[in-house]
Design a protein around this ligand. Structure first.
Ligand code: ATP
Ligand code: MG
Length: 424
């Protein structure tokens, strides 16, 4: 036999046992996004490499080590997108959606980062993300965060805790940067290779290091909060006020800087204690400078992204996964003529009961085997078609989850019963 081809490391299949939960997460989010006025866009997975090096930042882990970058056949360097925001801004600019306009957009799809695969960390993973472009007011930061809090409530995800910070504007960070360079330079011997490289040009990145050996040094570093400009301070106060007004709890984390260079002012992360060290399930912030950095006019913007794999894993750990897809009813037929009648019956019931989950099963098999299959499907009812049902043009409805007698019903009666029990 030929050897089976294995998937690429860190790239997973989502199989039927998990797919329904993925669908639920995506559908719940899609409904909320629409409810807050966000419109969906679908963007390419492949972009010019420069898009990411210019936006995410040359000295970030993503751009330095994690991107899937290769030359296209014409020699142009292209990259599998490691995140969504740069692509959304690029699409906004290349399609003229950002000039004197506001846009609320969302998208979903695979992202690619060549990280060390482990639980909650993969090389292909999936994000749902929202971006509000052209909005400067703190209301929109708060609204986006409130939207994420509502999503956890609707998904019944209870372990998410919000951390919040403001990193001010690019200008206001200059003084702080200097202070950081001084501090880290004084402890040069403790820095790792990455940090030494970043020390002069981008010392803020060191604060985002995941190297355990650096954590104490980082914890003792001077804080950015002392350097916030007045406007950023007022903006941040207002975001906190609005969140408090609507009951979204948060803790301030003055060390939170986020791993991408384009952020300004509000940054936040939703963390869980259920996934070991992969604790961030959703993160984002304001990125007022990015549109200009990518060639547009100054355009304030804010957004976030969540990792679907991590959300699904948390829901499973919290016991919120629910059961896989279950049928409302399962057909059971006695023979060939009954099978044909049953096929038509199933279509008639689907016409009459929108959203009905009616499974007709595979090859008929024996009567007993079909009933067992009906039971395993989780269905409330077996719809039985034997000789007598066929000749009467009816169907026997057998409750599978309660001790009640089987009933002989017409198509209309059966449809009415199924419709009623579905909404029950
Ligand atoms: P982390 O600190 O865990 O590396 P991050 O700050 O790099 O996360 P973002 O770039 O903000 O993450 O991406 C947004 C979300 O995407 C994260 O909160 C997380 O849920 C998810 N995510 C990021 N990287 C991965 C990955 N390699 N595998 C699975 N999910 C991921
Ligand atoms: Mg990361």
């Amino acid at each position: 036999m030929a050897e089976v081809i294995q998937p690429v490391r860190g790239m997973n299949d989502v199989l039927p046992d998990k797919a329904p939960l993925w669908d639920r997460v995506e559908a719940t989010a899609a409904n909320l996004f629409a409810g807050y006025g966000y419109q969906r866009v679908r963007l390419p997975v492949l972009e010019r490499t420069e898009l990411f090096s210019r936006s995410i930042g040359e000295l970030t882990d993503i751009v330095e080590k994690e991107m899937y970058t290769f030359d296209d056949r014409n020699g142009e360097s292209v990259t599998l997108r490691p995140e969504a925001t740069a692509g959304v801004v690029r699409a906004g600019l290349s399609n003229g959606l950002l000039h004197n306009q506001q846009q609320k957009l969302w998208c979903s799809g695979p992202m690619f980062r060549r990280e060390k695969p482990q639980k909650g960390r993969y090389r292909q993973f999936h994000q749902l993300s929202v971006e509000a472009l052209g909005f400067a007011e703190p209301e929109i930061d708060a609204e986006l965060i409130a939207l994420s809090a509502r999503l956890w409530r609707e998904l019944k995800l209870t372990s998410a805790k919000l951390q919040l910070n403001s990193i001010g504007t690019l200008e206001s960070r200059q003084g702080y940067k200097q202070k950081l360079v001084e501090y880290f330079s004084a402890h040069r011997e403790l820095l790792d290779e990455d940090s030494l490289r970043r020390l002069d040009r981008n010392p803020l990145r060191i604060l985002d290091s995941k190297n355990p050996a650096l954590q104490q040094l980082i914890a003792d570093a001077p804080l950015l909060s002392g350097y916030l400009d007045d406007e950023s301070r007022a903006h941040f106060d207002r975001v906190q006020q609005l969140l408090t007004d609507v009951g979204v709890e948060f803790t301030l984390n003055p060390r939170l800087v986020r791993g991408l260079d384009y952020y300004s002012r509000t940054v936040f992360e939703w963390l869980t204690d259920r996934l070991g060290s992969q604790s961030a399930i959703c993160s984002g912030g304001r990125y007022d400078g990015l549109v200009a950095q990518l060639g547009g006019r100054d355009t304030p913007a804010v957004g976030w992204a969540l990792g679907i794999e991590r959300i699904v894993e948390v829901l499973e750990v919290e016991g919120r996964a629910g059961s896989a897809l279950e049928a409302d009813a399962h057909l059971v037929v006695a023979g060939e003529a009954e099978r044909r009648y049953g096929f038509k019956l199933a279509e008639q019931l689907r016409d009459r009961v929108p959203g009905l989950k009616l499974w007709i099963g595979g090859p008929a098999g024996g009567f007993k085997a079909q009933l067992r299959r009906a039971d395993r499907s989780g269905a409330r009812f077996a719809l039985i078609v034997g000789e007598s049902e066929l000749s009467a043009g009816k169907v026997s409805v057998k409750p599978l989850r309660e001790d009640k007698p089987q009933q002989l019903l017409s198509v209309e009666e059966c449809a009415a019963l199924l419709a009623e029990r579905r909404s029950a």
